[in-house]
Design a protein around this ligand. Structure first.
Ligand code: GLP
Length: 233
């Protein structure tokens, strides 16, 4: 087991630790950052916005984007990233998959080609209640690269809180694959709140299985997990 688990009960301290890890990366010369969306990342991005960190020489690549809503939609991941981070902390170049592309399969392939042309020094991850990472839903092959996915009802329900109704939650997305994510040199996963307990337990204690995508991280040499969950309880 190579996953390094850091249990930090107090959320402000947990997010300070995440900022510290990103700062260390920058100080060590990292310049390509894989970024994530989701409610879990809001306090982190808020702290980064308030920091003096400078990403103007860095590249960011996001994990995923919805298909079927405009990039200008307030809940697109492009809008999320602009509002939460990029408007305040611009990168030299910021990439997200284009969920508005006419041919989303081709867009997924192009995004994978882009990823392969870069070396991800760092990848930030959240976790879905069903153990998904990015939008890699249970059953996704660990060999998968960037692809178009049909979102599960569980994921659509979990994300419905950001939309006026569940009917408005997109049914598809483009996501980095498991193999694409595992190429990052260092991965930091943040799991906060009771809803994430089962997925986190699977990551820390479970068998490696494609049925719970996050367990793929057990096969990566440099993963740090920040959580407020005490798994002994
Ligand atoms: C979405 C994103 C994931 C994220 C997950 C958890 O499905 N594609 O990258 O980890 O939501 O989101 P939250 O942090 O809001 O619980």
């Amino acid at each position: 087991m190579v996953v390094k688990l850091e249990v930090i009960n107090e959320l402000d301290s947990l997010y300070n630790r995440a900022v510290e890890l990103i700062t260390e990366q920058l100080n060590n010369g990292a310049n390509t950052f894989g970024l994530a969306t989701g409610g879990t990342m809001l306090p982190l991005y808020e702290k980064i916005r308030q920091s003096d960190l400078d990403f103007s020489n860095c590249i960011s690549v996001n994990l995923d984007e919805y298909v079927g809503i405009a990039q200008s939609h307030p809940e697109s991941y492009r809008s999320f990233m602009n509002t939460q981070l990029f408007d305040a902390k611009p990168f030299k170049q910021s990439y997200l998959p284009n969920g508005e592309a006419n041919n989303v399969q081709e867009e997924a392939q192009n995004y994978e080609n882009l990823l392969k042309s870069l070396t991800l020094d760092f990848q930030l991850l959240g976790i879905g209640e069903n153990g998904h990472i990015g939008f890699n839903e249970p059953g996704t092959a660990f060999t998968s690269e960037t692809h178009v996915v049909k979102l599960t009802e569980s994921t659509r329900k979990a994300n419905a809180r950001f939309f006026d109704s569940i009917d408005e939650v997109p049914k598809e997305a483009i996501t980095m694959g498991i193999a694409s994510i595992l190429r990052a040199k260092c991965i930091v996963l943040i799991a906060v709140g009771e809803k994430k307990r089962a997925a986190l337990e699977a990551l820390v204690y479970g068998e490696v299985t494609e049925d719970i995508p996050v367990t793929c991280l057990q096969q990566h040499p440099n993963v740090i997990v920040l959580t407020d969950l005490d798994l002994s309880k």
